[in-house]
Design a protein around this ligand. Structure first.
Ligand SMILES: Cc1cn([C@H]2C[C@H](O)[C@@H](COP(=O)(O)OP(=O)(O)O[C@H]3O[C@H](C)C(=O)[C@H](O)[C@H]3O)O2)c(=O)[nH]c1=O
Length: 180
């Protein structure tokens, strides 16, 4: 695996090193030793799948806070996604700034998201399927989010956003939330 740091400290894009032959390819998609050597989380307690039927579907920007703060590892298994992370950490020099990774099921690349960083994405193709690994169990009482359409975040979503949930549409803007 190749780890490429993103502009948000502690976040990175992970690309596969494929062993290809006439049968196809074999690639290591996770390694505790390699993650530990990079200072990344190695304990994953929950996996989720997100199926997005329509191109343009927008989900986010979500996080869990306090004792339920979580790292995430997200990979696209079908289709393509414009994946965005927003730094919400108190005192971070990149607070309020975002980074983008295009997750593509052809590349099978992944994005690693540290605690205190919100996550969202827009599906770029129909039936885009994302797989999540979470370092902390789902904790509804510690869920939070920032509005993906907040002009202050200045996220340039590639497609007109569709299928926004009522919850996401009602998320607070950056200046309304406390740093994590
Ligand atoms: C995350 C989660 C959700 N749920 C329930 C809660 C809701 O009733 C339903 C859908 O959850 P939610 O509306 O949060 O799904 P998304 O809007 O796609 O949010 C997800 O996508 C954004 C981009 C993320 O980064 C979050 O990790 C993740 O919450 O599943 C569970 O039962 N278990 C879980 O682990």
């Amino acid at each position: 695996m190749i780890f490429a740091p993103l502009a948000i400290a502690g976040a990175c894009e992970i690309t596969l090193e494929r062993r290809e032959d006439a049968r196809g390819f074999f690639a290591r998609s996770y390694c505790g030793q390699e993650f530990a050597a990079k200072g990344l989380n190695t304990c994953w307690v929950q996996m989720n799948l997100s199926m997005n039927l329509t191109a343009g579907t927008l989900r986010g920007m979500h996080f869990q806070s306090g004792p339920a703060a979580e790292e995430k590892l997200v990979r696209c298994l079908r289709g393509r996604a414009h994946d965005v992370i927003v730094d919400l950490r108190a005192g971070s020099p990149s607070f309020g700034r975002h980074a983008v990774v295009v997750l593509d099921s052809a590349a099978l690349n992944a994005v690693y998201i540290p605690k205190g960083v919100a996550h969202g994405f827009q599906a770029l193709a129909p039936e885009t399927l994302l797989q999540y690994h979470h370092s902390t169990a789902y904790a509804p009482g510690h869920e939070g989010g920032v509005n993906p359409l907040d002009p202050e975040l200045a996220i340039d979503w590639p497609l007109p956003p569709v299928q926004l949930s009522d919850r996401d549409r009602a998320l607070p803007v950056l200046k309304e939330i406390s740093p994590l």
